[in-house]
Write a protein that binds this ligand. Structure first.
Ligand SMILES: [Zn+2]
Ligand SMILES: [Zn+2]
Length: 401
């Protein structure tokens, strides 16, 4: 489908959104200007992306790591049989472009836990979680709070579902909603060896398109309401009960021990720093700002080395845990599962300071956290931004990724 030429779209646009414009409070321009990050392009993500494109949201970023399988086809309106084996992100983006050709759509092919830089959260006005596990939700929750962005979470359970909106630290956050049973499951996964964790993640959630449509539509509607400053789910949720229709709203309370309700550390965009800047340069800059430096904290935990417990063979890795492949986790010589050593903070005198964020395994367009005593400062590696936005953009004519 060709892009509308300049001069022409105004009439087209007016026709396209005529039914929106007869809504008194509707502001189509607010949607045209909006930037929304959708994390997950499965059953729920498909519905959210479809709705946001039809509604005329102007800028979308879609993050997912998976390729399309046959089992996705019964629940994904944007995928066709011929798309099997292709990336979910690229296929969803192209389908969204076909629905709304003036859309600017970006894709991040990777795991949210390892490959999504915090810059994408800073870019977005609102984030939509279309996720199927607690670990990813916890991370998205953390990233949204650190970048001070609201997010809308959706969850599916056969005929039932849930939609929740958070804007912490002001409102209760996702972590505040976690009960003992949720933490037990998270800790069960975290206490597993890295190999077992991958097996843990392999199962799929039982879902149908009908519940995904209901919940995805509600999530998209929450985005619209937020962009119009209307009342929306805000530290609260809506439980959709699809069997007996006893659906109900739910108000969350701030967890007593929830760590996310202090004032957030401010983040500064620095255009001269990118993921190829040696950390010691960034540390020097931060030292001047904070009049000293205790450490640079990373956006996520990295595996620094893997050591074989049998032959003591140690390999340097530098990669976020969730990017590690099974084949990397086992010893090349004896096939034993290796033991990881992690790094989350880098001290000023560490030799790791000579490395770049990229060499450490961090994703592009990330944020580093400089810390001195009680003071802190987030440093957005904004030098990556333009390249990220450019290389991630999908055009209708792009070859299949
Ligand atoms: Zn909380
Ligand atoms: Zn070995």
């Amino acid at each position: 489908m060709s892009q509308p030429t300049e001069g022409q779209p105004m009439v087209l646009q007016e026709d396209r959104f005529a039914r929106h414009q007869s809504i008194k409070w509707w502001d189509q321009q607010a949607l045209t200007n909006a930037r929304v990050l959708v994390i997950g392009a499965g059953a729920l993500g498909n519905e959210v992306i479809k709705n946001l494109a039809l509604l005329g949201v102007g800028h979308l970023a879609i993050a997912d790591m998976d390729k399309i399988e046959a089992s996705n086809l019964s629940r994904s309106v944007l995928f066709r049989e011929s798309d099997e084996g292709h990336l979910k992100t690229v296929t969803a983006a192209k389908a969204a472009l076909a629905l709304y050709p003036t859309l600017n759509v970006h894709v991040i092919d990777g795991n949210v836990l390892s490959d999504l830089g915090l810059g994408w959260f800073r870019w977005a006005q609102v984030i939509v979680g279309a996720l199927d596990n607690r670990e990813a939700r916890l991370f998205v929750n953390q990233c949204c709070i650190q970048t001070q962005k609201p997010w809308v979470d959706g969850g599916l359970d056969v005929l039932n579902g849930i939609v929740r909106g958070f804007d912490a630290p002001r409102t209760p956050c996702y972590e505040c909603t976690m009960g003992n049973a949720d933490w037990q499951l998270v800790n069960q996964r975290r206490s597993c060896s890295l190999l077992a964790r991958q097996a843990f993640d392999a199962g799929g959630v039982p879902t149908t398109i009908t519940t995904a449509s209901v919940i995805g539509a509600m999530q998209a509607q929450e985005v619209i309401k937020r962009l119009h400053q209307l009342d929306c789910l805000d530290g609260s949720g809506f439980v959709y009960e699809g069997l007996r229709h006893t659906s109900y709203p739910i108000q969350y309370t701030q967890g007593k021990n929830c760590p996310w309700h202090e004032e957030s550390t401010s983040i500064q965009s620095v255009n001269t720093f990118d993921s190829d800047t040696p950390l010691d340069q960034i540390a020097q800059w931060a030292t001047e700002k904070l009049h000293g430096l205790d450490a640079i904290d990373l956006s996520r935990e990295l595996v620094q080395t893997l050591t074989c417990p049998k032959c003591q063979n140690e390999r340097e890795i530098f990669m976020p845990v969730d990017r590690l492949k099974t084949s990397t986790l086992v010893c090349e010589t004896c096939q034993e599962e290796c033991v990881p050593a992690f790094v989350h903070s880098i001290m000023p005198d560490s030799p790791l300071m000579q490395r770049t964020a990229k060499a450490l395994g961090l994703p592009a367009w990330d944020v580093l956290w400089a810390r001195r005593g009680m003071d802190g400062l987030g440093i957005e590696l904004s030098g990556d931004q333009e390249k990220q936005l450019q290389t991630s953009q999908i055009h209708a004519s792009n070859p299949e990724g």
